[in-house]
Design a binder for this molecule. Sequence first.
Ligand SMILES: [Zn+2]
Length: 139
Amino acid sequence: MPTHCIFCNTQDDALIYRDEDGIVVVDDPVRPGHVLVGARVHSENLTDLTAQDAAGLMRLANRVGKRIIALTGAQKLYVTAIGDKDKHFHVHLLPKFVDEPNLGPHIFGPAGWISFLPSAPNVNDLHKINDGLRKALTI
Ligand SMILES: [Zn+2]
């Protein structure tokens, strides 16, 4: 249990809720209703979690998300998992209101994250990975 982890060593003022599925904390919120839902155990990546712990995290995020929508009147919630800073797998729940622009173009649009990537994915790699996934997931 890393001492610097905000989920494993949560400050009282950051803690919103904790149960057997995970933990909900506030950390530098960009707006009211922006919370982080962390996994029950300290694991850096989604793929480090057991399927049971991953399901628990999403069950808690679903439950908390419904409450955030009820409290804020948001149209929907963005659910993101970045993991560059905090190395305890978590998702951000971020309310999005009706009159606000969609976040997608800011991530995948020309000035977003995609601007750091090659202009188009390698078609051979794309087909190879997608075919591999189709085969692997049907077994
Ligand atoms: Zn942790």
